[in-house]
Write a protein that binds this ligand. Sequence first.
Ligand code: BGC
Length: 460
Amino acid sequence: MSTDSIFQSLEKSFLLSRDQLKPIVDGFNLEYQTGLKTPSKGLATMIPSFVTKMPTGDETGTFLSLDLGGTNLRIAAVELKGAGKSVVHELKRRPTLELKTGEGSVFFDWIADAINDLVTVDARHLFSESQVAGKETLALGVCWSFPVDQTAVDRGTILRMGKGFTLQNTEGKDLADMFHGAFKRKNLNVKVTAILNDTVGTLVAHAYTNPACRIGLIFATGINAAYPEKVPLITKLDESIRNKYPENTEMLINTEIDIFGTEAYLPLTNYDLVLDNSHNQPKFQLYEKMLSGAYMGELTRLIALDFIKAGVLFGGHAPEGFDKAWAFPTMYMSTLENDDKTDHKASLELLSIFNFVNTPTLNDIAILTRICRIVSTRSAFLAAVPIISLIEQQKLLDADHDDIVVGINGSTYEFYPHMNLRVRRALDEWYGKEVSRKITLEVASEGGSVGGALIAMLCK
Ligand code: BGC
């Protein structure tokens, strides 16, 4: 087969037209309805956050927050300055594979140590003497980028984690209890006052700077979205709970859109199936695996292997190391797509970590980069689906809103070359430019930390 014909069939299955997006949008819309009424059991979607207040931008004070994402742990002292401004004093640590896959209590102890370091060393000047000495309780907002079945604003059951985390003896336990156990063992006077998913944190943090924000989207290692829903429609909540809220109250919902979708309507390719099969949590988060930062590199590698097999890439020889699963992280795709120099020095340098029989040619680089472009364009189009379907769910266009604001946080959206333009293109293709113009995509750069602090404050 020629390079052109291989690309043609790849593009046919990866580049999604409006007609191909439609069943996904419809499927997601249906899952919103089902999720809102089905009480959570085990893996849950449409998780009520119990957050019913949005910030006005005027909030002030210093609050402690914790943000555990797919890659980093961030502990922060957040100074809310009012007028939508905040200053974040942050300590960042990366959990090792051993911590991520080991005993839960060891992991929580490791977090407690980091909190202690922030309060007593790194940001000591922001806390009072009695707080540093542990005589006064510090309130902590926890931003947790994994599914939690929330039972109150400060309580939630840990569900299956994903993103390479398989903590032992945590599933089914209360997240706040796990923290409080570690704080006790480590002698810290800290209390979890709010637990929130990172999407809820992003939505709240972005509403602090722009109160018009109606969707919080994370597009990073994983994908997920949050939005405000009318309490009477959240029928999975007991009537007695719903009745406690004044009429017209909205509650932020963590959709857990990452676990939406089934083989029945997701346009899964053979590469998606191979990736899923080789994953340590097969059949879990099928949609997320099609598009998020954790997986784009691996999809690209699997496709490239087929090009090599067909003899049209790297002279038909897979370089040593390239045949190993996960050997090609998404970051490499960024380098290739960013490299617009004619000598492609950056790309060649990057590829030199693999052992090639013959040095890659410029044509090899062009082919590999084109594969990256196809994979990442599909990601962008798939990432537009939560935006489109949540606009429908909230009937934002019917209400003739002129400015629909989406706060987006996450490395894949913020740093992957042209990703923002590609998501925009997907919206243009779906709505037409006239309507698409009403949707403003804004980077919500302070997601977890500021959101955690704000909710710790709003709910204290
Ligand atoms: C997690 C979500 C999280 C999302 C974005 C997903 O893998 O299940 O809880 O919000 O990643 O970080």
